[in-house]
Design a protein around this ligand. Structure first.
Ligand code: PMT
Length: 394
């Protein structure tokens, strides 16, 4: 199931922070989710139906009495893959905790088994009231994820814990929930990451700026989704990857050897590594004296992923393309020339993306619509690529 096939219900409670959920809706759409907004009736005092309909491109209802013939409280509940309720007021939290069904949103929550993220926002006195504390505990004990509100200045003069979290924090939490989909159980996911180094002499090498962060995000996401994960890691940190089998390599040749061995065993290959296209023709065993260090002769390295795709036996192959110009064109020809099923192209002009926690680019595939990503976390991209792989695996 790709993100574009994933239905999110965005519930909106009657808090002033409702206007911030317009941004949240946009960010969810940027990531390819299809979103239906279900406001509570009183939340329309803050943001009206017209805004939600315009932003979501879908009709908006607050009551079960709208479109009764469609039995929307059941059909929407069955269709939804995820729920986000933002902002959740003290009253809405209390109603959900009690299992009430007095508007469309609370009906949907009762009727659905989809993972639910609740984003509270309220005055600190209400957040810290024993009734709210008990209600939040009840919701958490039912497996709902309830975020902690942020601390700071509120709408009035007061400050304390009760502020609506930043959109980026909500999206991060949402990724955890979407990552809970264990659709890769029994599948072997092979990932390459980091940047290869081609030795010139014992001290110097030709390398690149890849930190391996994207590969770590991919390995963690695949693990979370139940896959058996093998990472071929070139010059990157793998400390935080418990549960992942790691083969450390340095050069493109070593990476090639490791992947030749693992590729026949995998169901999915994600080739994220920045591989040196060429290496010095000669590796000096002694450090070259600086007076002789005037030029380096190079010879091409094998195109690893292109070689592997010639031996492909049903594996899903996803590549990356790091470009600085004519991005989409260049990536499309790599998609075909390297025998890939999909490719993620990112603009790395001025060293962008390398070493960062976020990325932006476009997923191109042979089957399915292209997905443009504005600025998303590397975790989010990892899940989107794995969504694609999981869908192709059926
Ligand atoms: O590691 P980070 O700091 O998180 O940064 C992430 C990233 C920028 C490294 C990542 O997003 C990225 O773009 N990785 C691919 C870099 C790259 O080598 O792109 P390319 O356009 O040169 O290669 C195209 C594809 O062919 C890649 O899948 C590459 O792994 C593969 N390739 C390239 C050369 C070669 N000799 N053999 C290969 O298999």
């Amino acid at each position: 199931m790709s993100a574009s096939n994933r239905e999110v219900v965005l519930g909106v409670g009657a808090g002033i922070a409702a206007y911030k959920s317009c941004e949240l809706l946009r960010r969810l759409q940027d990531r390819g989710y299809t979103v239906t907004v279900v406001p509570t009736p009183s939340s329309l005092n803050f943001v009206g139906s017209a805004t939600w309909e315009a932003l979501s491109g879908r009709p908006v209802s607050t009551e079960v009495w709208d479109n009764v013939h469609e039995v929307s409280h059941i059909s929407l509940a069955q269709k939804a893959d995820f729920f986000v309720i933002a902002p959740a007021t003290a009253d809405l939290i209390a109603r959900i905790a009690m299992g009430r069904a007095d508007d469309l949103l609370t009906n949907l929550v009762l009727a659905s088994e989809a993972p639910l993220l609740i984003v509270p926002a309220m005055h600190p006195a209400m957040w810290l009231d024993p009734a709210t504390i008990a209600n939040v505990q009840t919701l958490r004990s039912r497996g709902y994820v309830v975020m902690e509100p942020e601390t700071g200045r509120l709408t009035g003069r007061d400050s304390g814990q009760g502020r609506f979290p930043e959109t980026s924090s909500i999206i991060e939490k949402f990724d955890v929930i979407t990552g809970n989909v264990r659709d890769l159980v029994g599948k072997r996911v092979l990932i390459s990451g980091g940047g290869t180094r081609e030795a010139i002499d014992p001290v110097r090498f030709i390398g690149n700026r890849s930190s391996g962060k994207q590969a770590v995000a991919l390995a963690s996401a695949a693990l979370l989704r139940g896959a058996d994960v093998h990472l071929v890691a070139a010059n990157m940190s793998t400390e935080e990857l418990g549960g992942v089998t790691v083969t450390e390599v340095e050069s493109a040749q070593e990476m090639h050897q490791a992947l030749l061995h693992e590729f026949p065993l995998c169901d999915v290959l994600v080739m994220c590594a920045a591989v040196a296209d060429a290496k010095p023709t000669q590796r000096f065993t002694e450090k070259i004296k600086k007076t002789f260090l005037t030029s380096i002769n190079l010879e091409p390295n094998p195109d690893i992923v292109a070689e592997l795709s010639k031996t492909k036996q049903g594996q899903i192959m996803i590549g990356f393309a790091a470009e600085t110009s004519h991005h989409t064109e260049a990536a499309r020809s790599k998609l075909v020339a390297k025998g890939l099923d999909a490719i993620y192209v990112n603009d790395v002009s001025d060293g962008a993306i390398f070493g960062k926690d976020t990325t932006q680019g476009m997923i191109l595939s042979r089957t399915g619509a292209d997905i443009a990503l504005k600025e998303v976390s590397k975790d989010a991209l990892a899940h989107l690529l794995l969504d694609y792989a999981a869908r192709q695996l059926g």
